[in-house]
Design a protein around this ligand. Sequence first.
Ligand code: CUA
Length: 314
Amino acid sequence: MMEALLGWPPAVLDPMGPYSSPVRTVAWALFGMGALITALVVAALALAWKGPPRWRARLGGEKAIMLLGVALPTVVLTGLLVWGLTLTARLDRPAADGAMRVRVIGEMWWFRVQYLDGDGRLLAEDANELRIPVGRPVALELESADVIHSFWVPQLSGKKDMVPGRTNRLTIQADRPGQFGGVCAEYCGRSHALMGMVVIAQHQPSFERWLAARIAPARRSAPGGEGFTQFVAAGCAACHAIDGTSAKGRAGPNLTNVATRRTLGAGIMPNNRGTLTGWVGDSQSIKPGNRMPSYDRLEPAQLKAITAYLETLK
Ligand code: CUA
């Protein structure tokens, strides 16, 4: 699934916005310079080895060493450094005031996504899926709940670390609608390779409709039903919140709209009845070491009731 999320050609070479296209430019420039220098070195080597005596003498001389061995690398590397720093400074420019704010918190091993209002108050919480409006810069506040992670959605921006105890800022922007895969780009423990997410860019009106529906207060104030009872009885509510119900756990992902998510387990598999049942029943064999225990002690009827209930959360 992760391959599907990051895709081919390498996402870095297929940027979708102003904060990612400079990365492609740098990638091609470094590749081009590298190829050019390799060709020069191979040519010089061939001349020095089997070339005419005049060339062999020249390449062995002090002048050639100072010019090709010292001056050329100094000029090329300094040039690339200055150019790279200039581009990076441009990527680091903060989003304008009034940009949409989202806090993304890295946790072992998933991404907590919090939509904020202009004053930083929490509007809604999601997991491993970030919706943004097309064509607008989105100001991300990157944090960590445990160890160092790194936020990386190659088609929308460069990567930036998520460090415990501090807030790092990163701006992303998508210039066309679509789904863009991301991964944690800093080794963070046993299931680091299974920590992915997806950014969904949609046009402003449909994004606004989605957000308004997502934060509509207490629209499930009467969850009722056997499924929710079993959900609570099994202890799920101790770790998971479902807005508008008595489930207010904070340790795991908020499940208010879990049925609408593209993936389960932080981007590692598609979300359908089979994967959902497998995840609840035995998440430890799918993602070793994650904080959710395997619920293999549940009766089949209980498991079925819980997953059927989760499938209604849209
Ligand atoms: Cu989180 Cu690697």
